[in-house]
Design a protein around this ligand. Structure first.
Ligand code: AMP
Ligand code: ZN
Length: 481
C-alpha cells in the first residue's frame, strides 16, 4: 500500500494542511474522544461521530479495512453521571444506579451512531475498565517530576513541561484558569489540572496509591489511547471545544509520561453545530437529541431518516460551523431522495462492481465533500443515461461515504405516499408550496387558499408551522389516505 494516493489533512497542531503519512501503513491508528454517557447525545455530538466515520472509511479504503485501528472511548466515570444516577435511581445502591445510567446511555449512543450510518470503531474502551492504566500513568508522572499531590488530589504541574500549550497556542496569561486562583489555592500554578482525586464514601472510587479515588477526565484518553494505539499514533480527533483544555492536557500527560515528542502526529477538530449562531450544547439547553430527530416527531413535525441527518451534516466542510435548520434537513432530504432513486435504478441495471477512488478526488483534500457531492449528482445523471463508469463511481462513493443503505429512503418516501420514482409529482407539489408561500408573504390569501385547496383535492394536506430553530414559516405536507 506504499503508493496510496496522497491524503491531505489539516493539522491543528501546525495550523497547516499536509500530506498524511502513516507511521505504519499496516496499522493506521486513529483516536477520537467519545461520549460521556449520562444522557442522550445531541445532534452536535453527532457531528464528530459522522465526520470521523467518513475519515475511518476513507482510511480503510486507502490502506485496507484490516489496516486501520479506530478507538473511540466511552467516558463512564464523571460527576454528571453520579448526579444522574442519584436522580433517576434513588432507591438503588450508587454503583448499581451508575451502571443503570451508563449501560442505558451507551446502548442508546451505539444505536444512534448506527442509525447515522457510522461503523463501529475497532475498539470502544470504557474508562472504568482502564483505571489501572490511568494509575500507572499518574505514577510515572509523579516519578518524573511532572505531577504532585496536594489536598487529596494528584495534579499535573504545567510549568514542568517546556512547551505546554503548543496545541492551543495559549500563553499562560491567557489561561482562564487564572480567575480561579483563589478557589484552587492548593495548586502550584493556576493551569495545573487534576489527574486523580479522592472520593467520599458516597462517590464511586477505586483504590490507588493516593487512597480511594477517581480519575480526572483528561487522563482517561491518555490511558486508553496508550493501551490500544501506543505511545505515538497517527490521528487524534474531536470537536473544536476539546482543543483546550482537554487535548492540550492529554498531550501533556502522554508526552511527559512516555518521554515522547508527540502524542499524535495529526490533530483534527470539527467545527460546531450551531443554533442561531450559538454552539448547540446541553448546558445552554439549545439542543435536539439524535433520538428525538430520528424517532419522534418533535422537530418539524416529522421523523428524519439517519441518512438525511448524515447528509445535512456533511454538506458543510467539517471545519466550518453549521447553522442548523429545518431548511437544511429539507435540502438534504431532497438530495438523498434523488440519490436513492438513482441508486435503485442503477443497481437494477447491474452497475455495481469494485470501486477505486479517483486520486484527484476532492475527498482527499481534507475531506472536501461539497464538490464530491456535486460530482456524484452529475455521475448519477450520466449513469442513468447509460455511462457505466459514472454509475460505478456514483455507487462506489455512496458506499464509501456511508450511504450504503440510502435506498431504504424509499421506505420513508412511500410512507409519505409517494414512490421514489414519482419525482415529477414531488417537484410539482414542492413548487406549488413555494408559490403559496409567496402569496402568503404578499398577503394574497385568496390565491394561497386556492393552492392549498387544490392540493387537498389531490389528497395532499398542508400543515403550516415554524422552523423550530429559525422561527421562519415552513409548510410540511402529508398524503391523506
Ligand atoms: P461532550 O459530550 O460534550 O464531551 O461532546 C462529545 C463530542 O461532541 C466532542 O467531540 C465534542 O467536541 C463534540 N461536540 C459537542 N458539542 C458540539 C457541537 N455543538 N458541534 C459539534 N461538535 C460538538
Ligand atoms: Zn479525549
Amino acid at each position: 500500500m506504499a503508493d496510496a494516493p496522497h491524503l491531505m489533512l489539516y493539522n491543528t497542531l501546525t495550523r497547516e494542511k499536509a500530506a498524511f503519512q502513516p507511521i505504519d501503513a499496516q496499522n493506521v491508528r486513529l483516536y477520537v474522544c467519545g461520549p460521556t454517557v449520562y444522557d442522550f447525545a445531541h445532534i452536535g455530538n453527532a457531528r464528530p461521530v459522522i465526520v470521523f466515520d467518513v475519515l475511518f472509511r476513507l482510511l480503510r479504503h486507502l490502506y485496507g479495512a484490516d489496516h486501520v485501528t479506530y478507538v473511540r472511548n466511552i467516558t463512564d466515570v464523571d460527576d454528571k453521571i453520579n448526579a444522574r444516577a442519584l436522580r433517576d435511581y434513588p432507591s438503588l445502591p450508587l454503583n448499581d444506579a451508575i451502571r443503570a445510567v451508563t449501560e442505558k446511555t451507551e446502548k442508546q449512543f451505539r444505536a444512534d451512531a448506527a442509525a447515522l450510518g457510522s461503523l463501529s470503531p475497532t475498539v470502544e474502551p470504557r474508562a472504568t475498565e482502564n483505571i489501572a492504566e490511568m494509575i500507572a500513568i499518574t505514577e510515572a508522572l509523579i516519578a518524573k517530576g511532572h505531577a504532585y499531590v496536594a489536598a487529596g488530589e494528584v495534579l499535573f504541574d504545567t510549568t514542568s513541561m517546556a512547551d505546554y500549550g503548543a496545541l492551543s497556542r495559549r500563553n499562560l496569561e491567557d489561561q482562564q484558569a487564572g480567575a480561579r486562583i483563589a478557589v484552587d489555592a492548593h495548586k502550584r500554578s493556576a493551569g495545573d489540572f487534576v489527574l486523580w482525586k479522592l472520593s467520599s464514601e458516597d462517590e464511586p472510587g477505586w483504590e490507588s496509591p493516593w487512597g480511594r479515588g477517581r480519575p480526572g477526565w483528561h487522563i482517561e484518553c491518555s490511558a486508553m489511547s496508550h493501551r490500544y494505539l501506543g505511545e505515538t499514533f497517527d490521528i487524534h480527533g474531536g470537536g473544536l471545544d476539546l482543543i483546550f483544555p482537554h487535548h492540550e492536557n492529554e498531550i501533556a500527560q502522554s508526552r511527559c509520561a512516555h518521554g515522547t515528542a508527540a502524542m499524535a502526529r495529526v490533530w483534527m477538530h470539527n467545527g460546531f453545530l450551531q443554533i442561531e449562531g450559538r454552539k448547540m450544547s446541553k448546558s445552554d439547553g439549545n439542543f435536539v437529541t439524535i433520538h428525538e430527530l430520528l424517532e419522534t416527531e418533535t422537530f418539524g413535525g416529522r421523523r428524519w431518516p439517519g441518512a438525511v441527518l448524515r447528509l445535512a451534516m456533511l454538506m458543510t466542510h467539517y471545519r466550518q460551523p453549521i447553522d442548523f435548520s429545518l431548511k437544511r434537513l429539507e435540502e438534504a432530504q431532497a438530495l438523498a431522495r434523488r440519490w436513492a432513486d438513482a441508486k435503485i435504478k442503477l443497481v437494477e441495471a447491474g452497475a455495481a462492481t469494485p470501486f477505486v477512488l479517483d486520486p484527484g478526488s476532492p475527498l482527499l483534500d481534507d475531506l472536501n465533500l461539497s464538490p464530491v457531492f456535486a460530482g456524484m449528482s452529475q455521475m448519477a445523471a450520466e449513469g442513468l443515461k447509460g455511462d457505466g463508469e459514472a454509475a460505478r463511481s456514483f455507487l462506489g462513493l455512496l458506499d464509501l461515504l456511508g450511504f450504503e443503505t440510502i435506498e431504504s429512503l424509499s421506505q420513508a418516501a412511500s410512507d409519505l405516499g409517494l414512490s421514489l420514482g414519482d419525482e415529477e409529482k414531488w417537484a410539482s407539489v414542492t413548487a406549488r408550496i413555494a408559490e403559496r408561500r409567496d402569496h402568503l408573504a404578499a398577503r394574497n390569501f385568496a390565491e394561497a387558499d386556492r393552492i392549498r385547496d387544490a392540493l387537498l383535492s389531490e389528497g395532499i394536506q398542508l400543515k403550516d408551522g415554524k422552523d423550530p430553530v429559525t422561527g421562519e414559516r415552513v409548510t410540511t405536507w402529508e398524503i391523506k389516505r
